[in-house]
Design a protein around this ligand. Structure first.
Ligand SMILES: [Fe+2]
Length: 85
């Protein structure tokens, strides 16, 4: 759905909406990787093992591991990430 939303936002010249949908789309791709990892563990009768999951409080960018010095999507500093362990 995000590609269509992004195109509509471009057509309507809604830059803020376009940016938000692009961030959400990028973040959902990372969520997909985490879900796939959990799914694989469940299919092997195991619990998923994850490192700290970092979430950018500005754009929602999510990654497993250490927070980057700057968010790869919105460029805020590392201290804007929240770690979930
Ligand atoms: Fe961000």
């Amino acid at each position: 759905m995000y590609p269509a939303y992004i195109e509509v936002a471009k057509f309507q010249k809604e830059e803020g909406a376009k940016r938000s949908f692009q961030w959400a789309y990028s973040t959902e791709k990372m969520h997909k990787k985490l879900y796939e990892k959990a799914f694989e563990a469940v299919n092997n009768d195991k619990d998923v093992t994850l490192g700290a999951v970092q979430v950018c409080e500005v754009c929602g960018y999510t990654l497993e591991g250490d927070a980057p010095d700057r968010c790869l999507l919105c460029n805020v500093a590392k201290d804007r990430f929240t770690a979930f362990k």
